[in-house]
Design a protein around this ligand. Sequence first.
Ligand code: PGA
Length: 256
Amino acid sequence: MARIPLISGNWKMNLNHFEAIQLVQKLSYELSGHDFGQVEVSLHPPYTDLRSIQTVIDADRMGFELGAQNCHTEASGAFTGEISPAMLAKLDVGYVIVGHSERRALFAESNEDVALKASAVFAYEMTPIVCVGETLQERESGQAANIVEAQVVGSLKSVTSQQLGDVVIAYEPVWAIGTGATASADDAQEMCAHIRTVVASIRKEASESVRIQYGGSVNPSNSTELMTMPDIDGALVGGASLQSDSFARIVNFKEA
Ligand code: PGA
């Protein structure tokens, strides 16, 4: 089955809504000939930029999918400071990152929390991008495959077997995020293949359609080698997604 690659720009806590609009306009210009049916592109700005970006995408009929970086599990209620999946869906958000390693490490999100968020995202007809990945210590002690497997199983346990094939999983080794140290294409492929086997053990058919991104210091020089690996179906890009030229080159990995 041909899986359409998904390249996602995770802007993290960067760019106010004016800067965000500028970046989207530049990107749209640089990707003017791009076939979004061949390689999908999602942009994940901070919450305060979502409405502005939605309006620009809509007005100029851009091919980008709007994305969010996180959400709460409930539709509404007394959760000061939180944003609900219902609110995101109303802004035409298509993809929501859940369980990014920064949220796991800095905001104590467990696999259980991530599983509930993934299920809440599906409930509003959006697609979760479920992040997993081992720390350097876990890799060096030979635990990487087991840790990632436990994260995949735990973070997907509230998703129905019907929904499983539509999930996007982002394999992001923690030691590669924002460090300039990328996993080798072979190591990244090996772990992504392992993740696909884990999904197959839950539901065989789902493993053929589930998309698995690699993330962690992806840049225009390493993206082609990573993206052409058989079990890598796209990238979750942090730093390099904040510059239109580098992100456009990553999106165009097939032409490199
Ligand atoms: P990076 O971030 O590309 O800056 O390493 C990736 C991520 O955290 O999703």
